[in-house]
Design a protein around this ligand. Structure first.
Ligand code: 4FV
Length: 224
């Protein structure tokens, strides 16, 4: 799987050198190329933004550097081209699982008030939002999307970890987790987890997931 990320702040993605994702990239489990949109600006000052037609606060990213960057990075439109925006479909585990089936994802990070609408018309396959709040740029949403999709790439998660036993994997929130010590500040680990009876443990975990989901996210239960 390859991720191409188009941004005017490439340094935002230095974080990809660390953690589980950093190790996975190092060991070529998947590839990431960071593309600086400014490199595609024909403007003598490499400008990539301008004032919005119709007035209003802030600036808008100009179409040409973006279109050149997208077509320059993905000339045969092999990638699924995604623009991260609050107007997009909300990212959830089902969307993540469908994106994880793609070989090439091209992520466009907007800045300022957003990008010229004609870029979306001409080049974008899908708009995706990470949530109903406004950020200063699309870089963090792109990092969120990459992190959650990369977890589905073979070999990224260690053998002990899996995407099947976790929150939202079956539309339920995950059961409570415990580790040593068996008692901490007077709080004990539930006995069922200490008795080693896996049928009992799985039953308790299913009950806990259902109970917690009913309490905190009853909206998820309509999918079950
Ligand atoms: C966003 C979101 C988001 C809007 C204008 C970047 C900002 C600025 N992207 N999910 N929520 N984007 O707030 O994806 O350019």
């Amino acid at each position: 799987m390859n991720f191409s990320i188009l941004t005017i702040f490439p340094e935002y993605f230095d974080v990809l050198k660390s953690g589980l994702i950093g190790k996975a990239i190092e060991s070529h489990k998947f590839t990431v190329d960071i593309v600086n949109i400014r490199d595609f600006s024909q403007d003598k000052h490499l400008k990539t933004d301008d004032y919005p037609y119709g007035g209003g606060a802030g600036m808008v990213m100009t179409p040409d550097p973006l279109v050149r960057a997208i077509e320059g990075t993905d000339p045969e439109h092999k990638a699924k081209r995604i623009y991260l925006s609050p107007k997009g479909k909300t990212l959830n585990q089902n969307v993540v699982e469908s994106l994880a089936k793609e070989n090439n994802l091209l992520l466009v990070c907007g800045s300022y008030e957003g990008i010229d609408e004609r870029v979306i018309e001409l080049c974008i396959d899908e708009e995706i939002s990470i949530g109903d709040y406004v950020l200063t740029g699309g870089e963090l949403p792109a990092l969120v999307l990459l992190n959650t999709v990369a977890r589905y790439v073979d070999g990224v998660l260690g053998s002990s970890e899996s995407t099947s036993e976790e929150s939202f994997s079956n539309n339920l929130l995950e059961y409570p987790q415990y580790t040593r010590p068996a008692e901490y500040r007077g709080l004990k680990v539930p006995d069922v987890l200490l008795n080693g009876n896996h049928a009992e443990i799985n039953k308790w975990r299913q009950e806990q997931s259902l109970k917690i989901t009913k309490e905190r996210r009853p909206d998820l239960l309509k999918w079950i």
